[in-house]
Design a protein around this ligand. Structure first.
Ligand code: SAM
Length: 358
């Protein structure tokens, strides 16, 4: 490739993507009477989530369902080229507020996720799993001219699970555990003795490869007690974050996110697209769905329940019709959400409380 071609490619990459959205099915004639609503642990805002993150409680779960690069809403990018850039300020803000027990569910198209993944990693998010929502063939059957689109019809979306990588002294927990043990001057093998196991402590908790396993909190406490009793006195305290005392069982437990998988669920979610009464509509204005991207409540409930406990905090930065916040309320979690568009905000709010739309 010569210099001119290089420059052309570079120029092509830098062309700003269009943010002209497709026509909305519904635009309400009225302005919202409130720009913020809060009740029973749910806080919904009209506005840009970037202006609100700072005031929200620390999240155990973030459900991200923003730009897809398909002009899905006013402000979405026109193709995947701008998607990573679109997300970066949000990802940076999430990382500033996330802790070791935060899970991120990142909804997107495959290509939208592919371009954003490096940005997520750079900001400390560790990839766990890609889940596929298979919507099945029913809604596309006979509708797609494959000779024209020249590809197989897409019937999926993805929802990728990330956790926030906890660090102590700027080391991942895996590195930090081994460093602490080495500081004691004890042999590696004595970690097994500390935990009262044959070899699992060395083989799993102190491993530096893919066999590493987060020590269960009761094992962590045993390692810390043993280290502080038999390790070099001048290095004490061991397994401490503040240099004053070792971490407690509860503190160690909070360094890891919740995950509980319902029986029989895999990473392929067979679920028809939303239809009929599940879809929010405004019949007075249009028979069409009010929001192209409304997500199924059951899938939202499933990911929230899998990655948090009642009372935990869920963030929904790109609210749309606030499906994740509604699912959070139904499962007794607290929710914080934002939506930029006043029509979507009002329709979303009407799922929580009776409001006059006209
Ligand atoms: C893909 S949709 C979300 C649909 C939602 N999950 C649902 O089930 O209804 C994304 C929404 O995010 C909103 N949005 C985009 N950027 C935003 C921002 N910075 N702050 C708040 N909302 C934003 C858009 O207006 C759009 O309605």
């Amino acid at each position: 490739m010569n210099m001119t071609e290089d420059m052309q490619v570079e120029q092509h990459r830098n062309v700003p993507t269009s943010t002209v959205g497709r026509g909305k099915a519904v635009t309400l004639p009225t302005a919202p009477v409130v720009d913020h609503w809060t009740d029973g642990g749910v806080s919904l805002h009209l506005g840009n989530s970037l202006d609100h993150y700072e005031s929200w409680a620390t999240p155990q779960v973030i459900v991200s369902d923003g730009a897809y690069g398909i002009l899905g809403f006013e402000g979405d990018t026109s193709d995947h080229l701008g998607v990573a850039q679109w997300y970066e300020p949000h990802i940076k803000a999430w990382s500033e507020r996330a802790t070791g027990d935060t899970t991120l569910w990142f909804w997107n198209s495959e290509i939208g996720w592919a371009v954003t993944h490096p940005v997520l990693e750079r900001h400390g998010w560790r990839y766990v799993n890609a889940n596929i929502w298979n919507k099945g063939k029913a809604h596309i059957a006979g509708n797609v001219n494959t000779a024209k689109i020249r590809r197989f019809p897409v019937v999926t979306e993805i929802c990728v699970q990330y956790v926030f990588e906890s660090r102590i002294d700027n080391l991942t927990l895996q590195r930090w555990l081994l460093r602490e043990w080495k500081r004691t001057g004890l042999t590696l093998r004595s970690a097994n003795e500390a935990c009262g196991v044959k070899d699992v402590a060395v083989r799993k908790y102190l491993d530096q490869g893919h066999l590493w396993y987060f020590p269960p909190p009761e094992m962590f406490v045993k390692l810390a007690q043993f280290a502080n009793e038999y390790g070099k006195p001048e290095g004490r305290p061991y397994f401490s974050r503040d240099g004053v005392r070792s971490m407690t069982l509860e503190e160690w437990a909070s360094m890891r996110s919740v995950f509980q998988c319902p029986m029989g669920v895999t990473n392929v979610w067979e679920r028809n697209p939303l239809s009929g009464s599940e879809r929010v509509k405004v019949p007075e204005i249009s028979g069409k769905a009010a929001h192209l991207n409304q997500k199924p409540l059951d899938l939202m409930r499933m990911i929230i329940e899998a990655s948090s406990k009642p009372g935990h905090v869920v963030w929904e930065p790109f609210g749309g019709l606030f499906s994740a916040s509604l699912a959070a309320m139904q499962t007794r979690r607290r929710a914080y959400a934002c939506e930029l568009d006043s029509t979507y905000f009002q329709l979303g709010l009407s799922r929580f409380k009776q409001i006059d739309l006209f």
